[in-house]
Design a binder for this molecule. Sequence first.
Ligand code: C5P
Length: 305
Amino acid sequence: MSGPVRRIEVPAFAKLNLTLKVLHKRADNYHELRTVFQTISLHDTIEVEFRESNQRSIALESTVEIPGNIVLRAAELILDEMGSGAEIRFRLTKRIPMGGGLGGGSTNAAAVLLALPKLARRPVHPDRLLQIAAILGSDVPFFLSGGTALGLSRGEELYPFPEPAQSYGLLITPGIHVSTPEAYRALQREASSGDLHRAIPGFQAMGWIAGGCMPAANWGGFCQNDFEPVVIARYPELGEMRQKLMRQGAGVARMSGSGSSLFGFFGSEAQAAAALAEWPADQARLFHTVSRVEYESAWSQAFAG
Ligand code: C5P
């Protein structure tokens, strides 16, 4: 028995870590984080063709091969949760570089977790969605709601964070694949972080002082990334690119996640566009921040269309 075919095309936005502190190594070998995630306009597009069925078949066509097939694993897990069989075809148009610290695989997985219950008309409770997302990867839960969010624990414990005013920036994707587990190992974090309260006052100040109406270019010294020293030591050209963004007038220039992507926030779209002209076309693009409301409305529009 098969039902009607339902089709949908959804966006899967990239993220930046506006700030990222890696505290101690935990008993489960993950690291305890304090981070602020932010969705940005760069996005992949996923077309889903869905038909309820007694059989389960899942096919994926992608413009770029995705390591570990996180899209298929997400589909399996959410179908298990819904207890439904289905014939599904995914067509993925990739624009977010993989292994760049932009959450390229994680955002695709979250899009699948959001889309399939809607297509199947079998809602899954947000608690369960968050749990399933965390099984797929530490960054996946964030993409269930997007916007600006505080990430604790291994990044999967999330709370809304004061959002910057819409902010414009330049994203640099140098084409260097940084292995996330290796970047964590290079930090050589101990099992205990000592006094946590001494480690994070700057982080707390970001929420109290920087957040809210100011654009991200004014968040300046609040934006940090603990991976930068170790990753830039290995790839000094990333440090030079960050310096170039600063020379161009970026208010903030940082690496995202464990790299290698870098972002610079500028005072206006025009300033970001002027800076873009001085980069090789295949390495740089403009972006703007995507707030939680914009993120939700992109999803509602996809389902209204
Ligand atoms: O959770 P995810 O699969 O994305 O993590 C990839 C790898 O990154 C983990 O296997 C671990 O080595 C490292 N990691 C970590 N601490 C975190 C998140 C990731 O050590 N908070």
